[in-house]
Design a protein. Structure first.
Length: 47
């Protein structure tokens, strides 16, 4: 169900034969606050 003023960031990260499914969902302002940290976390996985 879609919620007004909500936002979703999602990623599939493949590492060493494993797949990680990560998402950040919440009110737009909350997701915006944590967006940079989300991308930092995604970039912390070894490739």
């Amino acid at each position: 169900t879609e919620k007004p003023n909500f936002r979703l960031l999602a990623a599939i990260v493949e590492t060493s034969g494993e797949s990680w499914f990560v998402k950040l969902v919440g009110p737009e302002k909350t997701v915006a606050k944590w967006e940079e940290s989300f991308y930092d976390f995604m970039n912390s996985f070894e490739q």
